[in-house]
Design a protein around this ligand. Sequence first.
Ligand code: AMP
Length: 173
Amino acid sequence: MSLDKLTAAIRDVPDFPKEGIVFKDITPILSDPALFRAAVDLMTERHRGAGVIKVAAIEARGFIFGTGVARELDAGFIPIRKQGKLPYKAIEASYDLEYGSATLAMHIDAVQKGDRVLLIDDLLATGGTAQACVGMIEELGGIVHAADFLIELDFLKGREKLAGYDVHTYIHC
Ligand code: AMP
């Protein structure tokens, strides 16, 4: 499966969720079994045998790829959710988005001290979301193994917020 096919399947939706934002819609990838598998395989490959204990992913689209990668790596899965959604005691981190701001949360027992945690999301934009997540992983004593995103909006320079971490993206827009 070529990267070109995955790239071609991403649908640009202008002015969603608000004017001026071009939303990268990944649902055409998800609806095609070969593309969906290719995306998960792509995000898994470089982490095989690297000692990843847990994959953490961000609600909601990050869950789709994150669970697939966790399964491939035989790792646990950590859901990072929006504030107020997790049932047990959680730590929180606030951050700015390309559109608006938000607070994310993670269960306090999601990470054990020294766990190697791979962070997965569908897309890296300004980097605020991922920065909040690596902060929470480290607050709980985890080691951020790497942060992988299927898509990167290069012009927003989100990876600058993740300087010092192993950040990898596969499709550049
Ligand atoms: P950021 O914190 O700015 O890096 O935003 C990344 C998060 O917002 C990811 O969880 C993305 O799913 C979502 N996101 C931000 N911008 C877009 C976009 N243009 N298209 C699709 N998702 C986006």
